[in-house]
Design a protein around this ligand. Structure first.
Ligand SMILES: Nc1ncnc2c1ncn2[C@@H]1O[C@H](COP(=O)(O)OP(=O)(O)O)[C@@H](O)[C@H]1O
Ligand SMILES: [Mg+2]
Length: 282
């Protein structure tokens, strides 16, 4: 089959065929319509590229914005110190500001690297219960949650099929958020269970899902914010980066699981993770 065109570049052709039923004997005639869909394809590719570039631009703009303010404070403090016309008391304030803002920048960038470099490693079968305990052990060392009560409920084994390190980080972020928002004197309730209901099957082969729910008695989440909390850099927490839930979301996606917020009767927030389980080999 040949096309006669002056342009040597390859064409993408769409073809549709129709069989015409004939009453008289003999083979039915067939019509085939060839259509040059090269332009349609190019347009689609260009739209996809635009979407990708749009997302990259939005993310870069947010990152630049986050870096700009602390950097401007550092710059101004350094300039004032360099001018040599700073009162002794102010000098200490400026030095502390430089240290504080540099730490903030470095924390932001390492969290960003965690987010952007997130990659699914090799999967294995493991019980998510002990992993929750491990992540919680780390969270408990965080200075902001020293006065928070954490309680964990789990029944039996809850084996999942996943990347243990990534899930450790996701659980850490959720447990830390819960504690930070519960605040001093607050309580966080963690539940790990196995779902066997019909229709819930994340393992692709008649398996089951593991559910981890993390509920706190903090202020809860505004209905208006629900659609944005998983966006990178979206934060309402003083000193927050807004990258914690973005990491959680990417991790869960990579596992073909899901994460969502459930309404809680008397305020507070409940985050639910559904992860693909694996049938235990007996
Ligand atoms: N347990 C929670 N209770 C109330 N709001 C929450 C909770 N977890 C997350 N959020 C909301 O989602 C935002 C984004 O969270 P996250 O991505 O972890 O970033 P950060 O902790 O740096 O603010 C928080 O600033 C807050 O507005
Ligand atoms: Mg967080």
């Amino acid at each position: 089959f040949r096309t006669a065109t002056l342009d040597p570049s390859p064409l993408t052709l769409g073809v549709s065929t129709t069989v015409l039923e004939r009453e008289s004997p003999g083979p039915n005639p067939v019509t085939a319509i060839f259509q040059d869909i090269t332009d349609v394809e190019r347009l689609e590719e260009s739209n996809r590229r635009n979407e990708r570039l749009g997302a990259v631009a939005a993310l870069s703009a947010s990152l630049a914005h986050e870096i700009k303010n602390p950097l401007a404070s550092i710059q101004s403090a350094v300039e004032q110190l360099a001018s040599g016309r700073v009162a002794a008391g102010d000098e200490r304030v400026l030095r502390n500001l430089i240290v504080g803002q540099s730490q903030r920048l470095s924390r932001l960038l390492s969290e960003f690297i965690d987010f952007s470099g997130l990659e699914m490693g090799p999967r294995s079968d493991f019980d998510v219960g002990p992993l929750v305990d491990e992540a919680l052990g780390l969270v408990r060392q965080h200075p902001e949650v020293q006065e928070v009560k954490y309680r964990v409920h789990r029944q039996g084994a809850a084996p999942v099929w996943g990347d243990r390190d990534l899930l450790h980080r996701a659980l850490f972020n959720l447990l830390l958020n819960a504690g930070q928002f519960a605040g001093d004197g607050g309580t966080v309730l963690v539940e790990v269970s196995v779902l066997n209901h019909d229709g819930i099957d994340l393992s692709g082969g008649g398996g089951y899902a593991v559910r981890v729910s993390i509920e706190d008695d903090g202020p809860g989440i505004d209905a208006n914010d629900l659609g944005r909390i998983f966006d990178p850099f979206y934060t309402k927490r003083k000193g927050g980066s807004g990258l914690g839930l973005a990491v959680v979301h990417r991790t869960v996606e990579a596992h073909d699981g899901s994460v969502y917020v459930e309404p809680v009767a008397d305020g507070g927030a409940r985050f639910v993770l559904l992860l693909p389980g694996r049938r235990q080999t007996s």
